[in-house]
Design a protein around this ligand. Structure first.
Ligand SMILES: C[S@@+](CC[C@H](N)C(=O)[O-])C[C@H]1O[C@@H](n2cnc3c(N)ncnc32)[C@H](O)[C@@H]1O
Length: 296
Protein backbone atom coordinates (compact mmCIF):
# COMPACT_ATOMS: atom_id res chain seq x y z
CA UNK A 1 0.00 0.00 0.00
CA UNK A 2 1.39 3.39 -1.04
CA UNK A 3 1.34 5.96 1.75
CA UNK A 4 -1.46 8.53 1.35
CA UNK A 5 0.95 11.43 1.92
CA UNK A 6 3.15 10.23 -0.87
CA UNK A 7 0.53 9.70 -3.58
CA UNK A 8 -0.81 13.19 -4.12
CA UNK A 9 -1.83 16.27 -2.19
CA UNK A 10 -5.08 17.46 -3.82
CA UNK A 11 -5.01 21.08 -4.97
CA UNK A 12 -7.62 23.83 -4.27
CA UNK A 13 -10.04 21.38 -2.65
CA UNK A 14 -12.20 24.00 -0.95
CA UNK A 15 -12.43 26.03 -4.20
CA UNK A 16 -13.48 22.87 -6.08
CA UNK A 17 -16.15 22.14 -3.49
CA UNK A 18 -17.31 25.75 -3.64
CA UNK A 19 -17.92 25.59 -7.40
CA UNK A 20 -19.20 22.01 -7.54
CA UNK A 21 -21.34 22.47 -4.39
CA UNK A 22 -21.94 18.72 -4.19
CA UNK A 23 -25.26 17.47 -2.85
CA UNK A 24 -26.49 14.05 -1.75
CA UNK A 25 -28.31 12.11 -4.48
CA UNK A 26 -26.33 13.80 -7.27
CA UNK A 27 -23.70 12.35 -9.60
CA UNK A 28 -20.14 13.64 -10.05
CA UNK A 29 -17.52 12.69 -12.61
CA UNK A 30 -13.89 12.95 -11.52
CA UNK A 31 -12.06 12.77 -14.86
CA UNK A 32 -8.59 12.64 -13.26
CA UNK A 33 -8.91 10.50 -10.17
CA UNK A 34 -5.18 10.38 -9.24
CA UNK A 35 -4.92 9.60 -5.53
CA UNK A 36 -8.66 10.17 -5.08
CA UNK A 37 -8.27 13.32 -2.95
CA UNK A 38 -10.93 15.36 -4.74
CA UNK A 39 -13.30 12.39 -5.01
CA UNK A 40 -12.89 11.79 -1.29
CA UNK A 41 -13.72 15.44 -0.57
CA UNK A 42 -16.94 15.17 -2.63
CA UNK A 43 -17.92 11.97 -0.83
CA UNK A 44 -17.18 13.45 2.59
CA UNK A 45 -19.11 16.63 1.76
CA UNK A 46 -22.17 14.54 0.91
CA UNK A 47 -21.74 11.98 3.72
CA UNK A 48 -21.25 9.32 1.03
CA UNK A 49 -24.70 9.99 -0.42
CA UNK A 50 -23.55 11.22 -3.84
CA UNK A 51 -22.35 8.95 -6.64
CA UNK A 52 -18.75 9.58 -7.73
CA UNK A 53 -17.51 8.12 -11.00
CA UNK A 54 -13.73 8.33 -11.17
CA UNK A 55 -11.53 7.84 -14.24
CA UNK A 56 -7.78 7.65 -14.62
CA UNK A 57 -5.67 6.20 -17.38
CA UNK A 58 -2.99 5.23 -14.88
CA UNK A 59 -3.75 1.77 -13.42
CA UNK A 60 -1.74 2.56 -10.26
CA UNK A 61 -3.96 5.59 -9.54
CA UNK A 62 -7.11 3.52 -9.91
CA UNK A 63 -5.94 0.69 -7.68
CA UNK A 64 -4.66 3.10 -5.02
CA UNK A 65 -7.92 5.11 -5.04
CA UNK A 66 -10.03 1.94 -4.99
CA UNK A 67 -8.47 1.09 -1.65
CA UNK A 68 -8.54 4.67 -0.36
CA UNK A 69 -12.24 5.14 -1.15
CA UNK A 70 -13.30 1.63 -0.08
CA UNK A 71 -15.24 3.00 2.90
CA UNK A 72 -17.67 4.55 0.37
CA UNK A 73 -18.36 1.31 -1.49
CA UNK A 74 -21.64 1.62 -3.37
CA UNK A 75 -21.16 5.36 -3.90
CA UNK A 76 -18.04 5.08 -6.04
CA UNK A 77 -17.42 3.62 -9.50
CA UNK A 78 -13.80 3.69 -10.65
CA UNK A 79 -12.59 2.92 -14.16
CA UNK A 80 -9.15 2.73 -15.72
CA UNK A 81 -9.81 4.89 -18.77
CA UNK A 82 -8.85 7.98 -20.69
CA UNK A 83 -11.35 10.74 -19.95
CA UNK A 84 -11.98 11.18 -23.67
CA UNK A 85 -14.13 8.04 -23.24
CA UNK A 86 -16.25 9.67 -20.52
CA UNK A 87 -19.46 9.82 -22.61
CA UNK A 88 -19.24 6.18 -23.63
CA UNK A 89 -18.49 5.12 -20.03
CA UNK A 90 -21.45 7.06 -18.63
CA UNK A 91 -23.68 5.34 -21.20
CA UNK A 92 -22.53 1.86 -20.07
CA UNK A 93 -23.43 2.91 -16.50
CA UNK A 94 -26.88 4.15 -17.60
CA UNK A 95 -25.97 7.69 -16.57
CA UNK A 96 -27.25 10.23 -19.11
CA UNK A 97 -25.33 13.21 -17.77
CA UNK A 98 -23.75 14.32 -14.48
CA UNK A 99 -24.34 17.16 -12.02
CA UNK A 100 -20.68 18.02 -11.69
CA UNK A 101 -17.43 17.28 -13.51
CA UNK A 102 -13.92 17.83 -12.23
CA UNK A 103 -10.76 17.72 -14.31
CA UNK A 104 -7.52 18.25 -12.38
CA UNK A 105 -4.98 18.03 -15.20
CA UNK A 106 -1.30 17.15 -15.28
CA UNK A 107 0.60 14.49 -13.38
CA UNK A 108 0.26 13.34 -9.80
CA UNK A 109 3.08 13.61 -7.28
CA UNK A 110 3.20 9.80 -7.30
CA UNK A 111 3.91 9.75 -11.04
CA UNK A 112 6.56 12.48 -10.66
CA UNK A 113 8.26 10.83 -7.70
CA UNK A 114 8.51 7.33 -9.16
CA UNK A 115 11.81 7.31 -11.04
CA UNK A 116 10.80 4.29 -13.15
CA UNK A 117 8.01 6.36 -14.77
CA UNK A 118 10.58 8.83 -16.17
CA UNK A 119 8.55 12.04 -15.63
CA UNK A 120 11.12 13.94 -13.59
CA UNK A 121 14.43 15.31 -14.82
CA UNK A 122 15.59 15.26 -11.21
CA UNK A 123 15.47 11.46 -11.02
CA UNK A 124 17.32 8.83 -12.98
CA UNK A 125 14.92 6.54 -14.81
CA UNK A 126 13.87 5.31 -18.23
CA UNK A 127 12.59 8.06 -20.56
CA UNK A 128 9.03 6.73 -20.49
CA UNK A 129 6.49 9.42 -19.32
CA UNK A 130 3.36 7.44 -20.21
CA UNK A 131 0.47 7.97 -17.79
CA UNK A 132 -0.86 4.65 -19.04
CA UNK A 133 2.28 2.49 -19.10
CA UNK A 134 0.44 -0.21 -21.07
CA UNK A 135 -0.13 1.80 -24.24
CA UNK A 136 1.35 4.24 -26.70
CA UNK A 137 4.88 5.44 -27.32
CA UNK A 138 7.46 6.69 -24.84
CA UNK A 139 9.50 9.90 -24.69
CA UNK A 140 12.55 7.84 -25.73
CA UNK A 141 10.65 6.67 -28.84
CA UNK A 142 10.10 10.30 -29.84
CA UNK A 143 13.75 11.26 -29.37
CA UNK A 144 15.22 8.13 -30.98
CA UNK A 145 12.93 7.53 -33.92
CA UNK A 146 10.78 10.55 -34.85
CA UNK A 147 11.81 12.77 -37.74
CA UNK A 148 13.43 16.12 -37.01
CA UNK A 149 10.33 18.08 -38.13
CA UNK A 150 8.12 15.93 -35.86
CA UNK A 151 10.41 16.52 -32.86
CA UNK A 152 10.43 20.21 -33.72
CA UNK A 153 6.62 20.24 -33.72
CA UNK A 154 6.58 18.60 -30.24
CA UNK A 155 8.99 21.20 -28.85
CA UNK A 156 7.18 24.10 -30.50
CA UNK A 157 3.82 22.93 -29.19
CA UNK A 158 5.39 22.87 -25.71
CA UNK A 159 6.68 26.43 -26.34
CA UNK A 160 10.31 25.40 -25.78
CA UNK A 161 12.70 28.26 -26.68
CA UNK A 162 15.29 27.46 -29.36
CA UNK A 163 13.20 24.47 -30.48
CA UNK A 164 14.80 24.31 -33.92
CA UNK A 165 18.31 24.11 -32.57
CA UNK A 166 17.37 21.49 -29.97
CA UNK A 167 15.53 19.32 -32.52
CA UNK A 168 18.51 19.48 -34.87
CA UNK A 169 20.96 18.56 -32.09
CA UNK A 170 18.77 15.64 -30.93
CA UNK A 171 18.91 14.14 -34.43
CA UNK A 172 22.67 14.71 -34.60
CA UNK A 173 23.24 13.18 -31.12
CA UNK A 174 21.32 10.01 -31.90
CA UNK A 175 23.54 9.11 -34.86
CA UNK A 176 26.15 8.27 -32.19
CA UNK A 177 24.07 7.24 -29.17
CA UNK A 178 20.42 6.60 -28.27
CA UNK A 179 18.45 8.35 -25.53
CA UNK A 180 17.51 5.79 -22.86
CA UNK A 181 17.29 7.55 -19.51
CA UNK A 182 16.15 10.87 -18.10
CA UNK A 183 19.79 11.71 -17.37
CA UNK A 184 20.80 11.02 -20.99
CA UNK A 185 18.46 13.87 -21.93
CA UNK A 186 19.48 16.12 -19.01
CA UNK A 187 23.20 15.69 -19.84
CA UNK A 188 22.54 16.25 -23.55
CA UNK A 189 20.73 19.52 -22.77
CA UNK A 190 23.43 20.61 -20.33
CA UNK A 191 26.09 20.10 -22.97
CA UNK A 192 24.16 22.28 -25.43
CA UNK A 193 24.68 25.21 -23.02
CA UNK A 194 21.47 26.90 -24.11
CA UNK A 195 20.83 30.40 -22.76
CA UNK A 196 17.69 29.51 -20.77
CA UNK A 197 16.28 31.63 -17.97
CA UNK A 198 18.30 31.36 -14.75
CA UNK A 199 15.21 30.60 -12.69
CA UNK A 200 14.27 27.59 -14.77
CA UNK A 201 16.22 24.39 -15.33
CA UNK A 202 16.76 24.00 -19.09
CA UNK A 203 15.19 20.53 -18.93
CA UNK A 204 11.88 21.78 -17.45
CA UNK A 205 10.19 22.82 -20.69
CA UNK A 206 11.70 20.03 -22.80
CA UNK A 207 10.45 17.36 -20.34
CA UNK A 208 7.04 19.03 -20.20
CA UNK A 209 6.80 19.20 -24.01
CA UNK A 210 7.65 15.49 -24.30
CA UNK A 211 5.15 14.55 -21.59
CA UNK A 212 2.41 16.55 -23.31
CA UNK A 213 3.15 14.76 -26.60
CA UNK A 214 3.46 11.25 -25.12
CA UNK A 215 0.10 11.55 -23.35
CA UNK A 216 -1.60 13.61 -26.08
CA UNK A 217 -2.54 15.98 -23.26
CA UNK A 218 -3.74 18.93 -25.34
CA UNK A 219 -5.68 16.74 -27.80
CA UNK A 220 -7.37 14.88 -24.92
CA UNK A 221 -8.29 18.12 -23.19
CA UNK A 222 -9.78 19.54 -26.41
CA UNK A 223 -11.90 16.41 -26.88
CA UNK A 224 -13.15 16.55 -23.29
CA UNK A 225 -13.97 20.25 -23.58
CA UNK A 226 -15.93 19.72 -26.77
CA UNK A 227 -18.01 16.97 -25.14
CA UNK A 228 -18.87 19.05 -22.03
CA UNK A 229 -22.37 20.07 -23.21
CA UNK A 230 -23.29 16.37 -23.54
CA UNK A 231 -21.73 15.28 -20.26
CA UNK A 232 -23.43 17.81 -17.98
CA UNK A 233 -27.07 18.18 -16.98
CA UNK A 234 -28.63 21.66 -17.12
CA UNK A 235 -27.24 23.56 -14.10
CA UNK A 236 -24.42 20.99 -13.96
CA UNK A 237 -21.00 22.46 -13.24
CA UNK A 238 -17.55 21.83 -14.68
CA UNK A 239 -14.36 22.64 -12.79
CA UNK A 240 -10.97 22.51 -14.49
CA UNK A 241 -7.55 22.90 -12.88
CA UNK A 242 -4.67 23.52 -15.30
CA UNK A 243 -0.96 23.67 -14.49
CA UNK A 244 0.44 25.38 -17.56
CA UNK A 245 -0.70 28.13 -19.86
CA UNK A 246 -1.14 25.80 -22.85
CA UNK A 247 -3.95 23.94 -21.07
CA UNK A 248 -5.38 27.01 -19.43
CA UNK A 249 -5.65 28.78 -22.78
CA UNK A 250 -7.69 25.88 -24.23
CA UNK A 251 -10.06 25.94 -21.24
CA UNK A 252 -10.47 29.71 -21.31
CA UNK A 253 -11.18 29.71 -25.06
CA UNK A 254 -13.68 26.82 -24.84
CA UNK A 255 -15.52 28.48 -21.94
CA UNK A 256 -15.69 31.77 -23.83
CA UNK A 257 -17.13 29.99 -26.90
CA UNK A 258 -19.70 28.17 -24.73
CA UNK A 259 -20.72 31.45 -23.15
CA UNK A 260 -21.08 33.09 -26.56
CA UNK A 261 -23.22 30.26 -27.94
CA UNK A 262 -25.35 30.24 -24.81
CA UNK A 263 -24.58 26.70 -23.55
CA UNK A 264 -22.64 27.68 -20.40
CA UNK A 265 -22.22 30.58 -17.98
CA UNK A 266 -18.66 31.10 -16.81
CA UNK A 267 -18.52 31.21 -13.00
CA UNK A 268 -14.91 32.41 -12.78
CA UNK A 269 -14.66 35.76 -14.52
CA UNK A 270 -10.99 35.73 -13.54
CA UNK A 271 -8.89 32.61 -13.17
CA UNK A 272 -8.72 31.39 -9.53
CA UNK A 273 -5.26 30.74 -8.05
CA UNK A 274 -4.33 28.85 -4.87
CA UNK A 275 -4.02 30.89 -1.69
CA UNK A 276 -0.58 31.82 -0.38
CA UNK A 277 -1.22 29.47 2.55
CA UNK A 278 -1.84 26.55 0.21
CA UNK A 279 1.25 27.33 -1.86
CA UNK A 280 3.37 27.47 1.30
CA UNK A 281 2.00 24.16 2.47
CA UNK A 282 2.02 22.47 -0.97
CA UNK A 283 4.51 24.20 -3.32
CA UNK A 284 3.38 22.01 -6.23
CA UNK A 285 0.07 23.87 -6.21
CA UNK A 286 1.73 27.17 -7.17
CA UNK A 287 1.07 26.87 -10.92
CA UNK A 288 -2.59 25.77 -10.53
CA UNK A 289 -5.29 27.83 -12.30
CA UNK A 290 -8.92 26.96 -11.75
CA UNK A 291 -11.86 27.82 -14.00
CA UNK A 292 -15.50 26.81 -13.57
CA UNK A 293 -18.62 27.03 -15.71
CA UNK A 294 -22.29 26.08 -15.36
CA UNK A 295 -24.40 24.40 -18.06
CA UNK A 296 -27.38 26.61 -18.92
C1 LIG B 1 -3.01 16.03 -10.90
S1 LIG B 1 -3.42 14.35 -10.91
C2 LIG B 1 -5.01 14.28 -10.18
C3 LIG B 1 -4.97 14.28 -8.69
C4 LIG B 1 -6.30 14.05 -8.04
N1 LIG B 1 -7.22 15.13 -8.27
C5 LIG B 1 -6.15 13.79 -6.55
O1 LIG B 1 -6.88 14.42 -5.76
O2 LIG B 1 -5.29 12.98 -6.18
C6 LIG B 1 -3.82 14.05 -12.58
C7 LIG B 1 -4.21 12.62 -12.88
O3 LIG B 1 -4.90 12.63 -14.13
C8 LIG B 1 -4.57 11.50 -14.87
N2 LIG B 1 -4.83 11.84 -16.26
C9 LIG B 1 -4.24 12.80 -17.01
N3 LIG B 1 -4.78 12.83 -18.23
C10 LIG B 1 -5.76 11.89 -18.25
C11 LIG B 1 -6.69 11.45 -19.24
N4 LIG B 1 -6.70 11.96 -20.47
N5 LIG B 1 -7.56 10.48 -18.90
C12 LIG B 1 -7.55 9.93 -17.66
N6 LIG B 1 -6.68 10.28 -16.70
C13 LIG B 1 -5.80 11.25 -16.99
C14 LIG B 1 -3.12 11.22 -14.51
O4 LIG B 1 -2.80 9.88 -14.72
C15 LIG B 1 -3.07 11.63 -13.03
O5 LIG B 1 -3.27 10.52 -12.21
Amino acid sequence: MISKQLFHNPVMVSECLHFLSPEPGKTYLDCTLGGGGHSLAILEATAGKALVIGLDMDPEAVSYSRERLSQFEGSVILKEANFIRAGEILKTLNVNAVDGLLCDLGVSSWQLEKEERGFSFQKEGPLDMRMNPKAGFTAADILNSWREDEILAVLKKGEVPLALRIAREIVRFRTKKSFHTTQDLVNFLRELRLPFRRTMHPATLVFQALRIAVNRELENLSILLSSLPDLLKPKGRAVFIAYHSLEDRLIKTAFRTFEQNGTFSVLTKKVVRPSEGEIAQNPRSRSARLRAAERR
